[in-house]
Design a protein around this ligand. Sequence first.
Ligand code: UD1
Ligand code: CA
Length: 460
Amino acid sequence: MSSRNTIILAAGKGTRMKSKLYKVLHRVAGKTMVDHVLTQVEQTNMDEIVTVVGFGAEDVQHELGDRTKYVLQEQQLGTGDAVLKTEDILGDADGMTLIVSGDTPLFRAATLQKLFDYHEAKGDVGTVLTSIAPDPAGYGRIIRNDIGLVEKIVEQKDATVEEAAVDEINTGVYVFDNQALFKALHQVTNHNAQGEYYLTDVIGILKQAGQRVGAYRMSDFSESMGVNDRQALAEATKVMRKRINDAHMANGVTFIDPEHTYVDIDVKIGADTIIEPNVQLKGHTEVGEDCFIGANSEIRNGRIHDHVTVTSSLIEDSEMESGSNIGPMSHLRPQAHIGHDVHLGNFVEIKKANIGDRTKVGHLTYVGDATLGTDINVGCGVVFVNYDGVAKHETIVGDHTFIGSNSNLVAPLQVADHSFIAAGSTITKDVAFHDMAIARARQTNKPDYWDRLPHKPEDA
Ligand code: UD1
Ligand code: CA
């Protein structure tokens, strides 16, 4: 049976990125470039996917896990050498092999599929995916003969002035008859400007041998963008962001200013949610329907249910149930779980805590390592004192309690249902059902104190 295989080239260091991080591990809209490529490849029904790793091999394998096989290219001798490293796994396979680079994150599965279909329909031995670049600098150029057939691909550094003027570029994506590919690869030399074994030479070699090589030209250059430096990374990110936001708008999400709204690729947003400018939704964040996410909010791996309002706040690894609201200027640190119809106002910080339904924490409050019941009112400026300098301790507050303003709840502590804490108290002992705890110095007033002052304030 004829098989379909893919080779992903991801062994290069990416010198032009000037980075400690290997090129293909740079992120575009929240996902590494190589993961973008693999995700699209996975949607095209492959028998075998092999990724060539070299620089940062362990990191790349850690990133992609067992979704692909790996081969190691110890020395980066060029893209042709990289493909040859897969020979042990793919060399004998009958069928077609797709080659893509880990640094072209914008390709869509549909385009790869079209390339396959075109290749199959034409019955050529190889097909290169090309596009017309507004600025072809840095790409390999597609050199066609008098009747428009592909003769060869010439790299920028090896190109004559005439060849460099060609604006049809090699996108770095190809489909080959598998066996013909490996046969030709053995004939590739490194006699060129970069002293590298170029995969692109395979085209000329096959052509010379009298085989038919075709080109499938795609209309949208931006999809084929290769990322070799930080400028291209920013450009690719811009293209990806537009794609992401357009898809959400098509699904019924309102963006006040889509060009200034930053949504990672794996984020989910429900219909009729409104998102204001400069919002960042990151990682695996999910936002429900009919939510309002106000300007400058940032949500990292948040789970936001329906009808939630977030006003200029930061939410990390936390969940807000439906009808709840937060902000402005509040912060959910990891493991905050906010119940239904909870009100969290301004300058509230919550960490590793469960806030029961309908509870209100309106102003200037820190809640850490705590479980709060339902229908609680937490006054202004309450501190859950959870840390004794060595260990963290827990506080449990029952339903329908009233915590007066400016109180400290020193953990470990239990405050029972329907109890009260008087404002300004520092509570160190448990509070029982229906009790009121008051823990502050008793007020004394000195009558006619003014008269006893030896020196009166001048302007009183
Ligand atoms: C390559 C193509 C060029 C094309 C462009 C499209 C060659 C010789 N040139 O150029 O025609 O227009 O892509 O984006 O193929 N890699 C390895 N091992 C190596 C060298 C590279 O695995 O020894 C990997 C890199 O990690 C990268 C990919 O192959 O993911 C492409 O290599 P890169 O150096 O970026 O090639 P370009 O100069 O962009
Ligand atoms: Ca490249």
